[in-house]
Design a protein around this ligand. Structure first.
Ligand code: NAI
Ligand code: MG
Length: 358
């Protein structure tokens, strides 16, 4: 089983190394074997090869059975034109591989309720999925650009969706809801945007094939409030690329930290890409401070969804919970009485827990 490891920028390589460690622990003592090969992406790739997604990286990723991704981009490159932007390498890879369904499970670990800035009663039992459409929307719509008119700088982007793009992600959402609590919340801004009106129409049409799943619609601004106020009311949230980006960072706070949120980007047939929801975190990069659990939990999703190794995926998740239950924490989820670990030590702790649990 071939895994392409694209660690990228900032804390990407630091957290990805811990996920690789966890995968090696799964392989130990006659476990399944993985062929892991690294390739450059992001600012690191642009600085080395003049391209944030070198053709050799794209090719290697497309041929792999699964992709383990870290993070791409830095604050300096974010403001450059697209082709020089580390983060654009990731956008292109998602688009090239047509990874339209980005599942972001938001689970409040019972072991971690004290680490959130929210009240324990509010987050206890939270178990939802944000399904973010990943290959369309204002991220990719044209025309886009910048110019000068009458001495004024101006800039424009286009939010665009086709009915096929909405239907396929909606279908993925209904399928996911069927395996869960059968509630789907479609999030849009249909009171303002034509794209959202189309989104809502298609949601209703697709729902006809899923009479066993309850569909409701909410506006994105209201959801950003409801997510914090009554997060247990959500099962599967399906939304567009930009709304999903923003809502899932808010949802991360229900778990205690953005460093706890994994994701799986899938299209139902081809290679899947697995990455933590967070970015390259330049403020803590190179300091052994980053929480590697989102990356490790992404590796668990990789085992489950791309390699069909359910038992091994569950084992990896159990190991994470055990380490949390033993009171080990990185700085972002630190609590009174807990033992603070750096990135490497947390990775070691999870790898050891995997070996012990086997
Ligand atoms: P970010 O997620 O990198 O960081 C936001 C805050 O969360 C920072 O204070 C950071 O220290 C903290 N944080 C993030 N991950 C953490 C972890 N594992 N453990 C502990 N704390 C963690 O988002 P930001 O600051 O908006 O973006 C930083 C760079 O990353 C930018 O260049 C951005 O374009 C890029 N980015 C890349 C993404 C990707 O590759 N998928 C996603 C989001 C941002
Ligand atoms: Mg984001």
């Amino acid at each position: 089983m071939k895994i392409a490891v694209l660690a990228g920028d900032g804390i990407g390589p630091e957290v990805t190394a811990q996920a690789v460690k966890a995968l090696r622990a799964i392989s130990a003592n006659n476990g399944p074997q993985f062929e892991m090969a690294e390739a450059p992406i992001g600012d690191a790739a642009f600085n080395q090869h003049g391209d944030p997604l070198p053709p050799s990286t794209a090719e290697m990723a497309a041929k792999a059975d699964a992709i383990l991704f870290g993070a791409a981009g830095t604050y300096e490159s974010d403001l450059r034109p697209a082709e020089q932007r580390g983060g654009h390498g990731l956008l292109r890879l998602r688009k090239q591989l047509d990874l339209y369904a980005n599942f972001r499970p938001v689970f409040a670990f019972p072991e971690l309720l004290g680490a959130s800035s929210l009240k324990r009663e509010a987050i206890e039992g939270v178990d939802l999925v944000v399904l973010r459409e990943l290959t369309s929307d204002i991220y990719f719509g044209t025309p886009r650009g910048r110019g000068v008119e009458n001495g004024q700088r101006h800039a424009w982007n286009t939010m665009r969706y086709t009915e096929a793009e909405v239907a396929r992600v909606m279908r993925a959402g209904f399928e996911a809801a069927r395996k869960r609590r059968r509630q789907l919340c479609s999030v849009d801004k249909a009171n303002v945007l034509e794209t959202s009106q189309l989104w809502r129409e298609v949601a209703i049409e697709v729902a006809r094939d899923y009479p066993d799943v309850e569909l409701r619609h909410e506006y994105v601004d209201a959801v950003s409030m409801h997510l914090i106020r009554r997060p247990r009311d959500f099962d599967v949230i399906v939304t567009g690329n930009i709304f999903g980006d923003i809502l899932s960072d808010a949802a991360a706070m229900l778990t205690g930290s953005i460093g706890m949120l994994p994701s799986a980007s899938l299209n139902g047939e081809g290679v899947g890409l697995f990455e933590p929801v967070h970015g390259s975190a330049p403020d803590i990069a190179g300091k052994d401070l980053a929480n590697p659990l989102a990356s490790i939990l992404s590796a668990a999703l990789l085992l489950r969804h791309s390699l069909k190794l359910e038992a091994e995926a569950a084992l990896m998740e159990k190991a994470v919970r055990q380490v949390l239950a033993e009171g080990y924490r990185t700085g972002d989820i630190m609590e009174e009485g807990a033992t603070r670990l750096g990135t490497e030590a947390m990775g070691d702790a999870v790898a050891q827990a995997i070996l012990k649990l086997k």
